[in-house]
Each structure stands twice: as structure tokens, then as C-alpha cells.
Write a protein that binds this ligand. Structure first.
Ligand SMILES: Cc1ncc(COP(=O)(O)O)c(C=O)c1O
Length: 450
């Protein structure tokens, strides 16, 4: 069965002939801005494995960029979606109520670790839309115009979320952008300013938020501060818990809402159903949580969860949309959550992460090109540098590593403001044998390049 297979390249070169023909058609038919550096044309996927149209088997450590925590084609999810297709595809929630939407909102309200006893949830179609909606409800509730985001943040590609996103490669030439979005420094400890003692780091980064209050927007005009519990596109950088605690205190002091963008960290990726569960223990729970990606195993849907008081502050007509909370996606999401809870995916995420982290730490010891290894659960980043002292980012090495690995049947992806981080996002259905095979391929590929 493909789901238990190991990486195997059977064609003389990559892409194989059938894949090449389709990739050539892609180049003619699709804008070049929708980039793809992989010679892979999928025929089918199971678990953590992809079979391409030429019969090559790839181990996928990208998982649709964090969408496939439950793996490709989980049979119970396939079955749930099939059953829903036989009843109806669409209803539009403003026109007919469907139970799947209600049940999913009830379930997410019990799971999402947001502040408040009574919570509500609603749905959109993508991570960016979930974030846009979170900002709308924060503005409606606080009646304030501005938000604070961070260096390294990625929140999407719509007009508002492009302006929230830090890396301008995602937005070059697209301005003018919406006003009222201000940026403070994210605590990227590996790249602290030279000479900053670690014990002063939290204070340094909190001061950066206070500078926004002084120089850009007084706190009483700030509706929300938006934090990724572990920055994804920004380079797999965990938000230190002591910093989150201090951010929460600032929010409480000034009546600002704390939004956790769990689009990439949600659904057991970081060792918990939601990564902001780690914040709960520190008394720093968010007010609003957004999530998407792995929620429905690849069927498009995203979610926004908050306490009733916040949700019900929004006037009618401001939120919603034609496809939001589509019945097929709700059916998939309900099954994903059921399977993840039953089969203890959060625990498995921690186990996988431990094995991978130990090996990555060895890479760091053995190969100076690996400057830093960090993460939570199964969300791990390896930052590559030209040398460990200057820490000069080594994006060319990472780009070459991606190609070396795929030649051997392992798909890995880069991340980071400087494009010099490799991210580990393997489906949590990966077998131990596949995990070890992937770690071996990664090490062989590093050695081949050195
Ligand atoms: C943290 C975070 N927020 C938002 C998004 C945007 O999600 P989407 O591409 O579904 O709009 C992403 C996508 O990578 C993400 O990682």
C-alpha cells in the first residue's frame, strides 16, 4: 500500500516523461507567478506518500504546506465527504441551515482555547479570509481602527493580509495598502541584536510594541495584536511563552484583543490540537483564534472562534460569504477532528517531533551550515547559515538542498524572511520507517552538497 511505501525514484531523471509533459503544459497555461520548484505531478496520495504520474514515490514533508496533518486520502475523511456529496454540496448558510456547520461550530468552540465561557465560531474559505474576519470582529467589538502585527508575520495575500504580512516579496507593487496596520519586532531570539543579553530580550521586544503606541498608534486606538504562536512562513520561530505573557498583559492593560493566527499551527501540528493551548498554562489565552489548513484535510474552509460577547458585537451583513462553511468541508472537518482526538494525533505529533528534533540537533552539531534548530511538536525549522558566527543566511544552500532531497524522493520546503529555513511539516500519519528514511535522505543530501 502506498501509505506504507518508502521513497523510490523509478524514472531515469525527474520529472519523468509523463510529469514533464504536464509541467510543460502548466508553463503555457498558468501564470508563472504561481511558482513550483518541484518536478512532481501527483497521481495519488496516501498518508505521507505521493505517487507521481510516472510511478515515482515521494515522501512528502510539506503536506500541502501544513494542510495534510491527517495525511493524504484518509479513508474515513474520504467516506465522510462521499456521503455528504450524495445529500447536497451547497446550501449557503444565510439561506438554509445545515447541521454540519452548526456541529462544527459547537465542536470548535469547545476545543479552541480562547478566553470566555460561552463561545461561537463561524467559517470562511482560507486562512487569509479567517484573519480578515478576525480583524473585522475585533474592530466591531472594540470600536477601534488599528492593529499591531510583527516582523516575520505571514497572514495571507488579500489586500488587508498583504499589509499585515511582513515579507514584501508577497506584496511588491500591490499598494496602496489599507491603513492602520502597525508592525513591532517579533522575538526572533536566534537573531537578537548583537550584544543583547538573553535576560533582557523579552523586555526589548515588548518595548518595540510600546514604541508603536508612542510613534504610530496610541493603545486606545488599537483593536488587536495578532500573533502566530509559531511563525510559519517567517521561519518556524516559536513565540516565547514569557513574551506572550507580557503581550497578554499589555492587551489587558489597554483593552486590546489578542488574536492567535493558528492557520498553520492548528490541528495537532505543534503537539497540541491548538498551539495556543501552551499559552493557556501561562494565563495568556487569546481572545480570538483563527485556523484553516489542516482543519479539513484539504477541503477549503477556515474558522474564527471567540467568546459570544465579541462575536455578537458584529452588525448583521458584515461577515459571511457564499461558500463559507460549505457542507463538504464541514463534513471533512468534523471527521478530521474525530479521528485526531480518537487516534491521539497530538501525542503522535510530539513523538514524531522528538525523533526528528534529536536527529536535527545532531545535524546542527555535525554540520556548521545548520545554524539553529527550533520548534514545537512536529513543527520544526532548521535555519541554514554560511557560518555559525556571522549567521549570514544561506538561502542558496537551502534551495540546492530542496533539489537534492527531491532527487532522492523526499519533498521539503523552505521558509523564512531570508529563505534560509527548511520546515518540517510531515503528515502526522507518517510511519516511523518513513520518518527515519526521510531523515537519512536529508542527511545524505546535506552531505552531498557539502
Ligand atoms: C500563519 C498563516 N496565516 C495565514 C495564512 C494564509 O492562509 P491561506 O493561504 O489559506 O489564505 C498562512 C498560509 O500559509 C499562514 O501560515
Amino acid at each position: 500500500m502506498l501509505k506504507n511505501a518508502l521513497p523510490k525514484i523509478v524514472t531515469e531523471s525527474l520529472p519523468g516523461p509523463k510529469a514533464k509533459a504536464i509541467i510543460d503544459r502548466r508553463a503555457n497555461a498558468i501564470p508563472s507567478a504561481i511558482r513550483c520548484v518541484y518536478p512532481v505531478v501527483i497521481d495519488r496520495g496516501e498518508g505521507a506518500m505521493v505517487e507521481d504520474v510516472d510511478g515515482n514515490h515521494f515522501l512528502d514533508w510539506i503536506g500541502g504546506v501544513g494542510v495534510l496533518n491527517i495525511g493524504y486520502s484518509h479513508p474515513e475523511v474520504v467516506d465522510a465527504v462521499k456521503k455528504q456529496t450524495e445529500r447536497y454540496f451547497h446550501g449557503m448558510f444565510n439561506i438554509v441551515t445545515h447541521e454540519g456547520y452548526v456541529a462544527l461550530a459547537e465542536k470548535l468552540s469547545t476545543l479552541a482555547p480562547v478566553l470566555g465561557k460561552e463561545k461561537k465560531a463561524f467559517f470562511a474559505n482560507s486562512g487569509a479570509e479567517a484573519n480578515e474576519n478576525a480583524i473585522k470582529i475585533a474592530k466591531a467589538y472594540t470600536k477601534r481602527p488599528n492593529i499591531i502585527v510583527f516582523s516575520g508575520a505571514f497572514h495571507g495575500r488579500t489586500m488587508l493580509t498583504m499589509s499585515m504580512t511582513s515579507k514584501k516579496a508577497y506584496a511588491n507593487g500591490m499598494g496602496p495598502f489599507p491603513d492602520g496596520v502597525y508592525r513591532a519586532k517579533f522575538p526572533y531570539y536566534y537573531r537578537n541584536p548583537v550584544g543583547l543579553p538573553q535576560e533582557e530580550a523579552v523586555n526589548y521586544y515588548i518595548e518595540s510594541i510600546k514604541s508603536v503606541f508612542e510613534e504610530a498608534s496610541p493603545p486606545e486606538h488599537v483593536a488587536a495584536i495578532v500573533v502566530e504562536p509559531l511563525q510559519g512562513e517567517g521561519g518556524f520561530i516559536p513565540a516565547p511563552i514569557e513574551w506572550v505573557k507580557a503581550v497578554r498583559q499589555l492587551c489587558d492593560q489597554h483593552g486590546i484583543l489578542l488574536i492567535a493566527d493558528e492557520v498553520q499551527t492548528g490541528f495537532c501540528r505543534a503537539g497540541k490540537m491548538f498551539a495556543s493551548e501552551y499559552w493557556q498554562g501561562a494565563g495568556a489565552s487569546p481572545d480570538i483564534l483563527t485556523t484553516a489548513k489542516s482543519i479539513a484535510a484539504g477541503v477549503p474552509i477556515s474558522a474564527i472562534v471567540a467568546r459570544n460577547e465579541i462575536m455578537d458585537a458584529v452588525p448583521a451583513g458584515i461577515i459571511g460569504g457564499t461558500y463559507c462553511g460549505n457542507p463538504l468541508a464541514c463534513a471533512a472537518a468534523l471527521k478530521v477532528i474525530e479521528v485526531m482526538e480518537r487516534d491521539k494525533f497530538a501525542q503522535r505529533s510530539t513523538e514524531i517531533g522528538k525523533i526528528a528534533m534529536e536527529r536535527f540537533q545532531q545535524f546542527k552539531q555535525n554540520y556548521p551550515v545548520v545554524g539553529d534548530v527550533r520548534g514545537l511538536g512536529s513543527m520544526i525549522g532548521l535555519e541554514f547559515v554560511k557560518d555559525p558566527v556571522s549567521k549570514e543566511p544561506n538561502a542558496p544552500f537551502v534551495n540546492a538542498l530542496v533539489q537534492e532531497a527531491v532527487k532522492r524522493g523526499l519533498m521539503i520546503e523552505n521558509a523564512g524572511t531570508y529563505g534560509n529555513v527548511i520546515r518540517f511539516l510531515a503528515p502526522l500519519t507518517i510511519t516511523d520507517e518513513q520518518l527515519y528514511a526521510g531523515l537519512d535522505i536529508m542527511e545524505e543530501s546535506i552531505k552531498a552538497l557539502l
